[in-house]
Design a protein around this ligand. Structure first.
Ligand code: SF4
Ligand code: SF4
Length: 174
């Protein structure tokens, strides 16, 4: 069975709502490479967190966060895979060992790759940089249809108000 061992990269790469900890920076309670400085009193969302590598027996040691430099999480409610990259290795997910597999996931699931809170939406035929997504922003995704072509479309409504941002990708066969 897989274990976290000396990895505690989720304490850097994943956001922790209860602590207002953003993605991509070490938690103030973390002891990198060792564990949690408040273990036992750490928030429930930390206690229940299990990254995609830990949960998925199909992902080998190459996908362990300490090796690949990103943490994967499957959001089952929204059928999305979220990739949280270490800002020190922002393109690790695009390495040939990982990228084709990640692209194949995007055929059936939403896939979004983050460096901090900067997001790239991943599709089978293209990647779409949609800028910063902050906690609480409303994100809507879909396609612009222009039969027989279509293009991915993303609309982000900032949580603090202000105008929404829209992104449209390249048109391709639908
Ligand atoms: S990133 Fe995954 S393997 Fe590493 S500590 Fe967190 S849950 Fe464990
Ligand atoms: S509270 Fe502990 S387990 Fe949670 S992110 Fe911080 S160091 Fe990690």
């Amino acid at each position: 069975m897989k274990t976290c061992g000396a990895c505690n990269l989720c304490c850097k790469l994943a956001p922790v709502e209860a602590l207002k900890k953003p993605a991509g920076v070490w938690c103030v309670h973390a002891k990198p490479g060792q564990g949690c400085g408040i273990y036992g009193q750490h928030p429930e969302e930390c206690q229940t967190y299990r990254c995609g590598w830990l949960k998925n027996e199909g992902l080998d040691e190459d996908w362990k966060p300490t090796n690949c430099k990103f943490v994967i999480r499957l959001d089952e409610e929204f059928r999305r895979v979220i990739i949280a990259n270490d800002p020190a290795y922002p393109d690790a997910w695009r390495k040939p060992r990982f990228y084709p597999v990640i692209k194949s996931w995007s055929r059936d699931l939403g896939v979004v790759s983050y460096v901090g809170n900067r997001a790239t939406m991943v599709y089978p035929d293209q990647d779409l940089d949609v800028g910063v997504i902050n906690a609480g922003d409303a994100v809507h995704t879909g396609y612009h249809d222009r039969p027989p072509m279509r293009a991915p479309w993303v609309r982000i409504q900032p949580v603090g108000g202000g105008p929404p941002r829209e992104y449209v990708g390249r048109y391709g066969p639908s």
